[in-house]
Write a new protein. Structure first.
Length: 269
């Protein structure tokens, strides 16, 4: 096993030793009716690649952010048509007691909207703390009415927002977001895995700057594959609602950030 580089990594290695036996991933998915003002406007689908313990999941809807979370300049909540002549923003708060490994996925299927690729509608999330900031986590937008999804390492508040920022600005914000998150958690990641991730991220960014969009996406996909390998090998914290893991779900956080960057870079084709 790779020698830990810090006390945090040493503690992580203790968890690895006690949980080293490989287990088969147990996927789980559940849909929730999305109702606003008594009208069903679609579904919220919450899925887990690897559910490690059962628990209750709740989905609540409101017309304002319960935490008072704010948007970046150039972004505003999109008002969804609910009834004739009535358009309102829809904030979705998801809470779960389910324990899971790796990323969870949140998908929205809005039956009251037709998908239009020309509209900059994106899936935003905040961590749900007072006055926190919403951030774009969109990993997919496509047909099926207005269908969008994104990955999460934990749960909180979600909203469909109109993002009028230049695409280049969005992409250039997401690069350091991945890098900073990686750096902050480096002592919880096996050193060789950390260096591998840093290199994939560097090459993805360099390819984008040289207008090699396919190359950039390929490197981001390899970054994600490397995180998934780290999950299998217990090389970083990768669970949520897990009493055996005192750390954040680092693997889920990295995949969430890389997936949404790959989505944005793909729009630059």
């Amino acid at each position: 096993m790779i020698r830990p580089s810090s006390v945090g990594m040493w503690l992580l290695s203790c968890l690895v030793v006690t949980n080293a036996a490989p287990v088969e991933a147990a996927s789980f998915e559940k849909g929730f009716d999305l109702s606003v003002l008594g009208v069903s406007i679609g579904q919220v689908v919450v899925s887990f690649e690897d559910r490690i313990s059962p628990g209750k999941t709740t989905v609540d809807v409101s017309l304002t952010s319960p935490s008072g979370s704010t948007f970046p300049p150039g972004v505003a909540p999109f008002e969804i048509p609910v009834l004739p002549g009535i358009n309102v923003p829809v904030y979705i708060t998801i809470k779960t007691a389910i324990g899971f490994r790796g990323p969870a996925k949140v998908g929205l299927h809005l039956e009251v909207l037709d998908y239009d690729p020309s509209l900059p509608l994106r899936l935003f999330v905040s961590n749900g703390t007072l006055g926190s900031r919403f951030k774009d986590i969109t990993a997919y937008c496509g047909p099926g009415s207005m269908y969008t999804s994104g990955y999460r390492d934990a749960f909180s508040e979600f909203v469909i927002a109109w993002d009028s920022r230049p695409l280049a600005s969005v992409i250039n914000y997401k690069w350091p977001d991945i890098g900073n998150y990686l750096t902050v958690n480096r002592n919880l990641i096996a050193p060789e895995r950390y260096q591998d991730l840093v290199e994939h991220l560097r090459q993805a960014n360099a390819a984008y700057r040289h207008r090699d969009i396919e190359g950039s996406i390929s490197q981001l996909e390899q970054f994600i594959d490397s995180v998934r390998a780290a999950i299998r090998l217990n090389e970083m914290p990768a669970t949520f609602n897990d009493p055996l893991n005192p750390y954040p779900n680092v693997a889920g956080g990295l995949i969430m950030r890389a997936e949404t960057e790959a989505f944005s870079v793909g729009l630059a084709k």
